[in-house]
Design a protein around this ligand. Sequence first.
Ligand SMILES: [Mn+2]
Length: 440
Amino acid sequence: MSLMNEIHYESRRQKLLSSVEEGVIILTSASPQTRSNDTEYPYRQNSNFYYMCGFKEDNALLVLVKSKEFSKSILFVEPYNEEHALWNGSRLGVEKALASYNVDEVYDIHTYSLLIKEILRDHIALYIDLFDDSLWILQAKKCAKELHETRGVKRHIRTIYDVTHLIRTLRLIKSHEEILEIKKAIELTAKAHHKAMQISKAGMHEYELQAHMSYVFQSNGAQAESYEAIVAGGNNANTLHYINNRDVLRDGDLVLIDAACEWELYASDITRTFPVNGKFSEAQREVYEKVLDVQLRVIEAMKPGVKRDWLQHYSEELLCQVLIDLGILSGDCKILMESKAHKKYAPHGIGHWMGLDVHDPCPYVDDEGESLSFVSGMVMTIEPGIYIRADDETVDEKYRGIGIRIEDDILITEMGYENLSTAIVKSVAEIEAMCRSYVL
Ligand SMILES: [Mn+2]
């Protein structure tokens, strides 16, 4: 059960409506996606739609109306249908949706094409997801055109705005309940990562570790994983989005696991890197501890007022210095950074917003393009990594094939930060102890 109740959604809708002078906002549910022939991927609701109403079914619409005199929220849903209930499960239907969702009106989705024209009448602004090419949006535009051509209608839709930016800005600041959902996701993800460390041994396949983690997620009630798991043994870790996971785990290699589950549609996003056989080699430990030191320092710098751009620059400086210390790069850190030399070994950003989406699409900059400053309630991952390809002959042989990333989920608080994933072991001693620990 979601911790969010109708009051949460109602207050979000009020906030959204208060940022709009007048007009009609249309938000559409995600459409089911075909996997092959007549089979579908598991359904996942559209995050912006879900954020504004909490409705999980497909084939649904949320329409918010604001005029000088009033504002109202309307939900369009699939009616209850016995045939559908028999084959695919019961839908809530119009009456029950009205009773359980605190919206002003609920209608059968099949009446939308008739009703939307009346809803749009006399409004001058339409707010949609500009990249939403669903038939519902096309229909709304068609009705707006018809109204434009109708004698006697005095006001017409004359501007179409992007509504997603407004919602994404609201989504930047997480409520107490949202943080609790994220914590629950992380709690299961912690179990899964610890499990992987405990059972890992040379000769296993990457997909076996993945399967054990998926078992932890599903057997504990998680409905989905936040993203395709990366289980990358040895040099595979140097392919950033390695999701093949078919290789054998080799003795003496590290394994990088970037995997996490979703809880009530809220994501977690965790990466740990550990030795397949449970014991870091000298060179692996050296690189690992340096990456960990960077991660700890970057997290320590997080607090309200700090700009995300600054944090990115700071982390690049630290990583560049690590590369110099390891003898992988040589020269002055500033000059190396200007030529982006460090990007060869540390190519990705330090972190991203996280929430209903693993990469929460909240803005990183304000309207002027200035980097946003952290505010209490924001959640960002911190995931420094260093990747040294096995075929990179410019690097000392002992480091070749090492790829390390360490990722945690950080909440900005009034006083500074809270590491939400601090329970997942990450020091060399903790990891080696976890790998040694007995497991059934
Ligand atoms: Mn991430």
